[in-house]
Write a new protein. Structure first.
Ligand code: PEP
Ligand code: MG
Length: 608
């Protein structure tokens, strides 16, 4: 064997393909950049002599100053960027010089004659437990900020470089065990080509943001971080949920071609997305966009969205010490309403907690956050925070068509109490002479099984239902939506889920109220014929999915979809139902996705 052929053989055997969950389509090829979100692991304790105490205190002060400079640089560089929202960084700046952290650490160095690192760890521990014991759940979560600020100072003390996603200055593919939704939303689009993580899944909020950012992403890879080193060449195939490490020359060429084809195809369907989605038999279906940050409204408009079906407002509350002011919220909401220029904007009230506030916080104080003080439950416990949001929504409603959507509703009392607060807010605005509009549609997210069962009763209190399948499936099947260990059990086509959907749509028709869907199921071609058959005529999804779904709907016949629904409702296995969908619609779907005809297996392994 020649040296050249030996080298080739080694190169060939190095290529490895890993399967995960493709949560955001597209293909990218690039160097890996490992992000270890953990901090300084080992801190040693040692005594300081009396004559060394001033120097030790100065060492601490210098580390705080450097941490402050780092934060300032980050704030400056993230302003004016699409995703350059900096409240978390500003909060950290305040905390750096906070008496409780700064002064107490200096006092501890002096009184206990110990090194700065140890003093800082000790004070941080005390502060964290103080925060965690507070009654106010919002302040309780600020323990995470104390921890992060302390880590930043510590890294400067011990001279370990911080890896900050927004500081990355090369075009790379991020590789991490996990990224929280907040970290994901700090990603710099010009630098990050794609990302892959060990954890997460299709409907985890990190996955949802990845789709919004249009970055090829594969999550739920198990232990990919053990197989990839910094600067390894990798391919991320977000379409098929594959990651190829050390690809061969031939593989690279194949994927370059596929990536190019995908981009061409995307550009083509975006061009058509400004026309309506009308079925072959002439029924118009409204295709709306889901947004997390107000800036994304432009993406919805540019992808041909017929409105905003879900504006997840919680991201404006995350990573900051205090809730945003009413004026700040009002301005954001008004901007969104104005960009949509008369098209409906569905503003969902704060759905904080669950995975959104707790991600990246391993010491969450709620034992079971998904079933804890989440969404409307949190808001009704904090009428001050809730009222300021309701006022902002009522004010924005004076500028266009706004709908109010309430998350995590599980009984009528929650709706009645919200209506009371809303009326109170309107009265106050009227007295103050502030312009507002109370003539808005009020609806609820249908995402708790109890709400499905009680849908006929609850329908009397609302103008519309919006089915949140991400949570409805998780609660119906008792399968954590973000846990890859159980992702194979997360089946939107589970007969129990289909029966739930059937009930909600039937009740809505009987009670003559509108019914929409804004869970991720609405944006996946596999489910679209079934959703049409169920009578849903408004679907809301990640903006990037809009053109493809519109294009697919133009190939469907509503009458046929209704008959097909009856066929699948009599089948009692998710696998069989999926096969039936592929049998009937597989070719049409494959054409939409610019892929070779989909086999059931390729999609099935993507976890849902
Ligand atoms: C849902 O649960 O389907 C939904 C749309 O809400 P979220 O994903 O924000 O929980
Ligand atoms: Mg939900």
């Amino acid at each position: 064997m020649t040296a050249k052929s030996t080298h080739k053989a080694i190169e060939e055997t190095k290529e490895r393909t890993f399967k995960g969950i493709g949560v955001s389509p597209g293909i990218c090829i690039g160097k890996a950049y490992r992000v270890d979100t953990g901090g300084v692991e080992v801190v040693k304790k040692y005594q300081i002599e009396d004559d060394g105490l001033v120097e030790e205190a100065n060492r601490f002060k210098t580390a705080v100053r450097k941490a402050g400079d780092e934060l300032q640089a980050l704030i400056d560089s993230s302003r004016n960027k699409f995703n350059g929202h900096t409240p978390i960084l500003e909060t950290h700046q305040v905390l750096l010089k906070d008496k409780m952290l700064y002064r107490r650490t200096l006092d501890t160095i002096e009184k206990e004659k110990i090194n700065a690192e140890w003093a800082l760890r000790k004070v941080t521990g005390i502060l964290k437990s103080m925060f965690q014991e507070l009654d106010d759940p919002y302040l309780r979560e600020r323990a995470v900020d104390v921890e992060q600020v302390s880590e930043r100072i510590l890294r400067n003390l011990v001279g370990v470089d911080a890896i900050n996603i927004s500081e990355i200055d090369r075009r790379v593919i991020l590789v991490a065990e996990e990224l929280s939704p907040a970290e994901t939303s700090e990603i710099n689009l010009e630098r990050i080509k794609g990302f892959i993580t060990d954890r997460g899944g299709m409907t985890s909020h990190t996955g949802i943001i990845a789709r919004t950012l249009e970055i090829p992403t594969v999550l739920g890879m198990g232990n990919i971080t053990r197989h990839i080193e910094n600067d390894d060449l990798i391919i991320v195939d977000g379409l098929q949920g594959l990651v190829i490490v050390h690809p061969r020359e031939q593989t690279i060429l194949k994927y370059e071609e596929r990536g190019y084809q995908y981009e061409q195809f995307k550009a083509e369907i975006i061009r058509d997305s400004f026309c309506e989605a009308q079925t072959v038999d002439g029924i118009d279906i409204k295709i709306m966009g889901n947004i997390e940050l107000p800036e994304e409204v432009v993406t919805v408009r540019d992808h041909g969205g017929d409105g905003i079906g879900l504006y997840r407002t919680e991201f404006q509350y995350m990573n900051r010490l205090k809730a945003p002011s009413e004026d700040e919220l009002f301005e954001k909401y008004r901007d969104v309403v104005e960009v949509m220029a008369g098209k409906p904007v569905t503003i969902r009230t704060l759905d904080i907690n669950g995975d959104k506030a707790m991600s990246g916080n391993p010491e969450s104080t709620e034992p079971n956050p998904a079933m804890g003080l989440r969404g409307i439950r949190f808001c009704l416990q904090r009428p001050d925070i809730f009222t300021s949001q309701l006022r902002a929504i009522l004010r924005a409603a004076a500028y266009g068509e706004v709908r109010l959507l309430l998350p995590m509703i599980s009984n009528c009392a929650e709706i009645k109490e919200t209506r009371r607060l809303l009326a109170e807010a309107a009265d106050a605005l009227k007295i103050e002479g502030t312009p507002f509009n109370l003539d808005i549609k009020i609806g609820i997210m249908v995402e708790v099984p109890a709400t499905v069962i009680m849908a006929d009763v609850i329908a009397e209190h609302v103008d519309f239902f919006s089915i949140g399948t991400n949570d409805l499936i998780q609660y119906t099947l008792a399968v954590d939506r973000g846990n890859p260990e159980v992702a194979h059990l997360y089946h939107p086509l589970h007969p129990a889920v289909l029966r739930m959907l059937e009930r909600v749509t039937k009740v809505a028709a009987e009670k003559k109220i509108e019914v929409y869907m804004c869970g991720e199921m609405a944006g996946d071609l596999v489910y679209v014929p079934i959703l049409l058959g169920l009578g849903l005529n408004e679907l809301s999804m990640s903006p990037q999915a809009i053109p493809m779904v519109k294009c697919f709907i133009r190939t469907l016949n509503l009458e046929e979809a209704r008959e097909f629904l009856q066929d699948i409702l009599s089948v009692h296995s998710a696998g069989e139902i999926r096969q039936m969908v592929y049998h009937r619609y597989g070719d049409r779907m494959a054409r939409m996705m610019a892929e070779p005809p989909l086999t059931q297996q390729t999609r099935e392994t993507q976890s849902i």
